[in-house]
Design a protein around this ligand. Sequence first.
Ligand code: NAD
Length: 574
Amino acid sequence: MLDIVLDKLNGHATEGKVCKIHINVGDEIKLGDKICDIEGKKGSSTFNSNFSGIIESIEIGEGDTVRLGDVVAKIEGVEAAVTSEKTEQTKEVGGFNYFSSIMKPRKEEIECDIAILGGGPGGYVAAIQGAKLGAKVVLIEKENLGGTCLNRGCIPTKTLVRSAEVYENLLKAEDFGLYADNVSVNMRKVIARKDNVVDELRGGIGYILEKHGIRVIKAEGRLLDTKTLFAKEGNREITIKAKDIILATGSKAIKLPISGADSKNVITSDEALTMDTLPKKMIIIGGGIIGMEFAFIYSKFGVDVYVVEYFNSILANLDEDVIAEITAAARDNGIKLFTGSKVEEIIDGADNQSIVVFTKDGEKKYISADKVLMAVGRTPVFEGLDIEKLGIKSLENKKGIAVNEKLQTTVENIYAIGDLTNIIQLAHIASHQGVVAVKNIMGKELSMDYTVVPSAIFTHPEIATVGISEKDAEKQGLEIEVGKFPFAANGKALTYGERAGFVKLIKEKNTDIVLGGAVIGPHATDLIAEIALAVKNKLKIDQITETIHAHPTTAEAIHEGALALEGGSLHFVN
Ligand code: NAD
């Protein structure tokens, strides 16, 4: 590892204040790339790298005072440390000849206990868990750490949700006795804020991995045999020998196999999260979770949003009462919903518009818009891994890798976790699978249990569910009772100006055991944790009613929902 040393400042300055750091741990940087901006007495200057390679650690922080000679960062995997004045020379650093290293690839062999392919919430959590249990872990990731969740999914979407929410609150400031003039959206800044949040969290993951002594290889990895992986990082060819391997390569957004799907106005959630201008009108194909989260974000930003959904309702897996509530909220937000509608084709129209052609009740319909967001599902990514050659079985239609309850594939020492298994495509499932897989590798006997998985949907109002739904209970022929409490009767919800939605608790009729629940309303995605705890631990309704809930909180709605199953709520006439 080499030090990147501050060797130049503006004019004759010898010290300055770091105002912006352009690198993150794990970044691959090239000669001349920006390291940081430094404000000195004679103005600000940018300090550029003299090296190429992977940033292993950052030794400064924004706001720090730095002096010439200070170590700014540490770098590994250097390719060419040739400064403009030294182009004709080779440079020896630490006994290594960089110039010759450009010509000859460096070969490296690593032995480890667990090698993990993919650094998303499945892979990186598995890596940390493995290191905590004393395993020597290598993590291979070709892009940024954090996977879909951090870079193109959960976190970026939620920062947009938050910006949309703040904007909406400013627009209705008068309702709160406040005045805000000239409120407008600057999408470039909204996206920049999103990038900052993502950068900070990404840096955090790199830091934690480093502190656990986990070797992160920033390259595309492939399987050579059931105990060997290969990755080319810069000019370094790395062979990784591992006792056990975890595959965690995630999923990607799919597009419908229809004419016009690749037209330039058609985007997926990946592009939506970098789009720094707002279209006037947008058609969202798919009224599932991704489609509806974006529908609320864009409609709050003032975009004219149309959702075209194949099923007869949006978010069709939910119970009917929850669907009715979110459908009403979508309409109140100006979102136009076309359900029972199958998209057949997308045609390029005049004025840079795209026309979405769909069939509803046997009739062809046409809507045009300047952007079409396709949100019709995600598919596991494992092409190029040659899994069949090694005896690893995929699921039917190659929609994932088959695993047993211990997360082993059909090859004993190779595990698969996360979206790749296509069991439930959620970040928290991937992370939990990562922990279970690693503990099994380390000698425990754990099985995955998917019966108590909270789901969180960031529409407005938010929706969260856990355990069984009324629909599930009916399918399973269970005898249940349902207790509900509306947020319109909850003090805290009214202080927020949020009166829509309810809490619903489902108990087994004979045993009183809580089997599931749904929350639609303020803080739903946080409140679901209490119901998840109850379902997981088979608590009875009276164990919730006998628990004192703080006042005034939205959590009281759960208490009241439980009371509804025990002779009636106190603050609502059931
Ligand atoms: P999804 O499967 O939830 O929804 C896709 C929707 O597209 C479905 O309702 C389907 O009926 C519709 N559709 C498919 N073909 C169509 C056609 N020809 N015409 C009209 N409609 C059509 O998929 P998604 O919303 O893309 O999400 C992908 C995955 O990511 C899901 O598993 C989801 O759970 C997960 N995810 C979760 C969260 C969260 O938990 N907050 C957020 C984002 C994504």
